[in-house]
Design a protein around this ligand. Sequence first.
Ligand code: G3P
Ligand code: MG
Length: 257
Amino acid sequence: MWPYPRILAHRGAGVLAPENTLAAMRCGHAHGFRGVEFDVMLSQDGIPILMHDPAFGRTVPGVGNVAEHSAAQLMKMDAGTWFGAAFAGEPVPGLDQVIDFCRDAGVWMNVEIKPVPGFEVETGAAVATLIRDRFDSADGGATTSGDGGLLPLLSSFSVAALAAARAAAPELPRGLLIEKLPDDWQDQAGLTGVRSLHLNQQFLTEAIAQQVRQAGYGLFCYTVNGPARAAELLRWGVDAFCTDRLDLIGPDFESAR
Ligand code: G3P
Ligand code: MG
């Protein structure tokens, strides 16, 4: 049901490095994490790059929108200074570069498809196509690529993005992100052909965890930053979660309990 690492570094390295950068990927890996979550958006020219917010101002200085800039422009922008002077000039990475890093380092990826509103289909299709090309996924099994490595898991809050990813690369595993489980969640899961539900841990109860697991879906939670809550969620049967607090919840938290 869950062949992947169980404790993931959120946005690369949580609070320890600027989110969604290669510096974050290196930091998470240096802390021993074997699984990572990050956010992917499309540039104006349709290239998948790592970014959480559709507008500049928080992690990238200035004003403007990601979707109005080419990948070449975005990848020259400073995504590190906001976090600290030590990271000044850390660029916005392309998904391709992050795949290179993670494959070399043996880090498994949960790729969150984060479309700019209005670009759900394009983003889902572009991300799935890139990953399919990079992993020879059509030649592998349900969870492994042609060379035997674990395929990335695509997740999104956008049903349209997941449906487009499914159409582009049906063999890639998918997960549906939902803040709170709605009554029709099984319909949404069926529409997108997902294997896992990714729920906000704040609203998760033991009964909901049981419901999801009994229906045969993997259960992932975001974002778990307290060790006591992390232990409780694992007791309830949660398969995996991501954390910002790599300093409090390490990659071997589960076996260390
Ligand atoms: O994929 C889990 C989590 O990252 C979803 O929320 O806003 O942190 O991308 P967000
Ligand atoms: Mg995310």
